[in-house]
Design a protein around this ligand. Structure first.
Ligand code: MSP
Length: 531
């Protein structure tokens, strides 16, 4: 094993999810985006690490547990086991680690971090008086609130995000000197313009910090479900301070310096609603501890249902299995990542999902694969013919494959996942057009065309080989099936071992490879959709 220098690895994180409830497709969206990026980087040969996990402390979880007549730890254990770990299987996430904030490894490293900040003078005792939203687990300013006129909470101040009443807090707490970092944060945003992406999220955060940063209350003493403040056991740590630290405690902070140096800093994928925590509080915490700030914070958009952010509390939550049970895991992954511009909001509808499944996966890609494999079986007994003289049309296919590979790779570097898929899809369109024009079924009627038929089918198959490699991070199941049908495993090795950035190099599949028909369509027709 080679030990890589700091910065050589690609360390990607998802937010850690609250275990007060079961996952919906908004949570699954972040997971699949992160998984596609991680699979791509892994297949590009990078030392990749994908971290996900659960956020288990704080009042929100405590209250849910009490409402369910159980302890917060027992509740978290149940939800992790029955809902959050199974989610990773449902949507086929190949994470390298799963951290829970109740893990001993996390609590120990958080304690080390806190004690350091305290010893270095970044934490002091103060009086907090203000508003708190338990659903957000966030201290609120008046700007964040509104007065409702109708409904259950008429006449009360509610949080603009959840529409639930806020609580008025008056406590003696420990404070983090966040205001000390205002200028350093602004300098960071300026020197590293892509630190926060996309641009819309960056602008909002720069504006927010320019208005001035207050110190942050980081402890609570009115309940005890959290990590104990090491120098004062009557307080527990504010849940966001605890949660953000997962990104370093999971990779050895304070315990395993070698692992920490190898992984840190990370790229954080988060929903835009929590980008502020990641791009303001988190780098300030790291600066205070003398650690490197993250490489990047990317705030993706929301999945909207009926024009509003989909959420369980608004009864618009859709469970991922409602989609995967009908359309399959690959279609789930493909749909959300290709149909939505990553970084912007996107509306979900069953009609759009069905239409894209049918047009793009079943008709566009699935049919192409079945037809090509069937023709090699029918005309060449399943043995891949060699190509002879390439014509302009054949060379055009080769050029499209090469360009798609480099364009997709460049898009992934910008985290533009939908653009990467669009680049890859040019191969599907090119191959479908190529087959229509070359008409291999017509060539097959006359033995004099045998060499030309061989070239056409070789071109289609090697094009499919490249397509399979490039699509494997997005639709790992169907591509694994196709890889076997193309007979690629024997000469080239397993699909995940293919170097993705090299997929565009023409002619990798040797003539003579054994192609076998697909037993079933990669994306079968779906007759009815049960929303
Ligand atoms: N526990 C915190 C994160 C701590 S990270 C140190 C949290 N958890 S959450 O479970 O409420 O949300 C996790 C992620 O799901 C957030 O990135 C949030 O933006 C995302 N989503 C929740 N609803 C969503 C949609 N409707 N659409 C897209 N993403 C959504 O916040």
């Amino acid at each position: 094993m080679t030990i890589m220098a700091a910065g050589d690895s690609f360390y990607l994180t998802t937010p850690i999810f609250y275990v007060n409830d079961v996952p919906h497709i908004g949570h699954a969206y972040t997971e699949v985006a992160a998984d596609v990026l991680a699979r791509w980087h892994r297949q590009a040969g990078e030392d990749t690490w994908l971290l996900t996990g659960t956020d288990e402390h704080g009042q929100k979880i405590l209250r849910t547990a009490v409402a369910n007549d159980t302890s917060p730890k027992a509740w978290a254990d149940k939800l992790v086991k029955e809902a959050w770990l199974p989610l990773l299987k449902t949507i086929n996430i190949a994470n390298d680690d799963f951290i829970r904030t109740t893990d001993e490894r996390h609590e120990r490293a958080v304690t080390i971090f806190l004690q350091k900040l305290y010893d270095d003078g970044y934490i002091y005792t103060g009086e907090y008086e203000g508003f708190y939203c338990v659903a957000c687990e966030e201290y609120k300013q008046l700007d964040d609130l509104m007065e409702t006129e109708t409904g259950d909470y008429a006449g009360q101040l509610v949080c603009k995000i959840h529409g639930r009443p806020i609580e008025v807090l008056k406590e003696t707490n420990y404070f983090f000197r966040m205001s000390d970092f205002e200028q350093r944060l602004l300098d960071l945003y300026e020197k590293q313009p892509d630190f926060i992406q996309p641009e819309s999220v960056r602008n909002e955060i720069v504006q927010f910090v320019k208005q001035g940063l207050a110190d942050l209350s980081i402890s609570r003493s009115s309940f005890d479900w959290g990590i104990t403040i090491p120098w004062d056991p009557s307080h527990v740590l504010y849940v966001w301070f605890d949660a953000l630290l997962n990104y370093i405690t999971a990779v050895g902070y304070g315990v395993d310096d070698e692992q920490f140096a190898r992984r840190w800093p990370a790229t954080h994928l988060v929903g835009k609603d929590i980008a502020r925590f990641h791009a303001v509080i988190w780098p300030a915490m790291l600066m205070a501890a003398g650690l490197e700030v993250p490489k990047q914070v990317f705030g993706h958009g929301w999945l909207l249902v009926g024009g509003e952010k989909m959420s369980k509390s608004k009864l618009t939550g859709i469970a991922p299995e409602q989609i995967t049970d009908t359309f399959g895991t690959d279609a789930f992954r493909f749909y959300f990542l290709s149909a939505i511009n990553f970084g912007q909001d996107g509306s979900f509808s069953w009609e759009d999902l069905s239409a894209r499944y049918q047009a793009e996966l079943a008709n566009g890609f699935g049919n192409l694969a079945s037809r090509v494999v069937a023709m090699v079986t029918r005309y060449f007994g399943g043995v891949l013919p060699a190509a002879s003289d390439y014509t302009d049309a054949d060379l055009a296919v080769q050029r499209v494959v090469a360009a798609a590979t480099s364009d997709a790779d460049a898009a992934i570097d910008r985290l533009a996942i939908n653009e990467a898929i669009a680049a890859i899809w040019t191969i599907v369109d090119e191959l479908n057009g190529y087959i229509t024009i070359q008409e291999p079924w017509a060539l097959a009627k006359d033995h004099a065309n045998r060499a030309r038929l061989g070239t056409v089918l070789y071109t289609a198959v090697d094009g499919l080989r490249a397509l399979t490699v490039l699509l494997s991070p997005v639709i790992p199941e169907a591509t694994t099936t196709l890889w076997r049908a193309l007979g690629a495993e024997l000469p080239l090795g397993a699909l995940p071992a293919q170097v993705i950035t090299d997929a565009g190099r023409w002619g990798q599949l040797p003539a003579g490879s054994v192609v076998t028909p697909l037993e079933a369509p990669l994306f079968p027709r779906i007759e009815t959709v049960e929303p």
